[in-house]
Design a protein around this ligand. Structure first.
Ligand SMILES: [Zn+2]
Length: 280
């Protein structure tokens, strides 16, 4: 499933291809994504200039003069750029967005076999967008300077759920998916079962720093394979190989060199940690 780093890598790959361009066409072959692609979207977008490609959480925000196209990759989605005429669409190529640039035409093709992705229109300005139901409740961006130990400490007070689940919930900080939660807690030396509300300030500071570091490294790893990525399927495979605890159950801990990595299940999701150096 594409996580925040993959979406950010996608954004960085697409932005120079599409920003400043004018929409020439939108072809929707399959409307039934997670929510139906709005009828009339092609008419809404035609002739509009794309000002900027932003990201909020795992949503790409295509900022036009009259509003914002909100897209999500769901479980299996990917965007691919074609310069000039694209190949004939396959079964899972649901949407083509054609954008004209001074240097030529770019066709952005959304492929999504499982169709849990989304493509929606939000009319209006920044304030309207902030109030959008999909975005309004998202936590702070992990790479935003506003995200630090103080914020994490403050927002976890009174929470009895485990810190792993609190991170996954997305209302404190966005983008810490299952792999990255295990990795961040490992780097910070925190047992993933620790009740969130019991973490001290210094441990929250270590965890916030670890989250920024882990996500930053994942984006860099994707960035280094950016060339392939635009043509690839957006899966997080490129980071798994760099993971230090995820899927290493039974193997020696890379941090303390003493413990063995254990796999447990929390709220239905696998968690990996080292019982010997990750403390409650
Ligand atoms: Zn260890």
């Amino acid at each position: 499933m594409p996580e925040l780093p993959e979406v950010e890598v996608t954004r960085r790959a697409l932005a120079p291809e599409v920003e400043g361009g004018v929409v020439r066409a939108l072809v929707v072959r399959e409307r039934r994504l997670r929510w139906p692609v709005p009828r009339g979207l092609a008419r809404t977008l035609a002739g509009q200039r794309l000002l900027r490609l932003d990201r909020r959480g795992k949503y790409l925000l295509w900022r036009f003069e009259g509003g914002t196209l909100i897209s999500h990759l769901g479980m299996s989605g990917s965007w691919r750029v074609h310069r000039g005429v694209p190949p004939a669409p396959g079964r899972h190529d649901h949407v083509d967005l054609t954008i004209e640039q001074p240097q030529g035409v770019r066709v952005l093709r959304l492929t999504d076999p499982r169709r849990f992705g989304a493509l929606l229109w939000a009319a209006g300005d920044d304030a309207a967008l902030r109030g959008n139901a999909l975005l309004a409740r998202l936590g702070v961006e992990p790479l935003d300077p506003a995200f630090d130990g103080e914020l994490l400490h403050c927002r976890t007070r009174g929470r009895r759920t485990s810190i792993k689940q609190a991170l996954l919930a997305g209302d404190i900080v966005v983008g810490v998916g299952n792999i990255y939660a295990s990795e961040s807690l490992f780097e910070a030396g925190i047992d993933p079962r620790t009740p969130a509300g019991r973490l001290s300030r210094p441990r929250c500071a270590r965890l916030a720093a670890a989250i920024r570091d882990v996500l930053g490294r994942a984006i860099d790893a994707g960035g280094s394979s950016l060339r392939d990525f635009v043509g690839a399927d957006g899966r997080s495979g490129y980071f798994i190989s760099a993971a230090r605890v995820y899927e290493r159950n039974g193997l020696g801990c890379l941090r303390c060199k003493k413990g063995l990595v254990r796999r447990i299940v929390q709220a239905g999701r696998a968690t990996y940690f080292c019982p010997s150096c990750q403390r409650r």
